[in-house]
Write a protein of this length. Structure first.
Length: 206
């Protein structure tokens, strides 16, 4: 697995800030799986009220080359996440844009109920979502990583920033033991960096 640094992640989000799929890229860079993003329905999103929430209840994956929607495979995968203000704002804007696109298309618009759709309302195929991500990354001059590595990036950064493993696991929809095992090398590097910094402080080095 490969990952971006915090600065590279910020550079990608700055590059796609005005992209039609900005909300989807935000979800991706916050660690959601591809199937969770392209399988998200508007009924799973609570944008208004005191507690905006994102419910992960569906995943859309390729089966023998055909997109199929199902429930998350594991209990941790089925989860409710707080909808962060910047993501909520992007989803608000995307929903309004889709309403304008539906008005323009009229009867030709396909209302699938999914969040990630193209201008005529058709669900975006998972592999098209992947290809678009990698194209946007190249446009931004960033290292070419897999879409799944964006999830790896999110997990790595969360651990490096000091968030507890069990909290990171709950966000990602992972078992905590698996999260620790998969990302332990990143966590160890963060600890080494902390140790070096603290040692320098104790020894009076700059």
């Amino acid at each position: 697995m490969e990952s971006w640094t915090l600065d590279q992640s910020r550079a990608f989000l700055a590059h796609v800030a005005n992209d039609r799929l900005c909300a989807a890229w935000l979800l991706t860079m916050h660690g959601l799986r591809r199937g969770e993003v392209v399988g998200l329905r508007w009924t799973d999103v609570t944008l208004d009220g005191d507690d905006p929430t994102l419910q992960i209840r569906h995943t859309r994956v390729l089966v023998d080359g055909h997109p199929e929607t199902s429930e998350p495979k594991t209990a941790p995968g089925r989860r409710d996440l707080p909808l962060l203000p910047n993501i909520a704002s992007a989803l608000h804007a995307f929903k309004a844009q889709q309403q304008r696109e539906a008005e323009t298309a009229g009867a030709a618009y396909e209302d699938s109920g999914l969040v990630v759709v193209d201008e005529p309302g058709r669900p975006l195929r998972p592999e098209v979502f992947t290809d678009t991500f990698r194209r946007r990354a190249r446009e931004a001059g960033l290292p070419d990583i897999r879409l799944h590595d964006a999830r790896h990036t999110a997990a790595s950064l969360m651990l490096e920033l000091g968030y507890p493993v069990h909290v990171v696991a709950a966000w990602l929809g992972h078992d905590p033991v698996m999260t620790q095992r998969v990302y332990a090398h990143v966590h160890t590097e963060a600890l080494r960096a902390l140790g070096r910094s603290f040692d320098q402080a104790l020894s009076g080095e700059q």
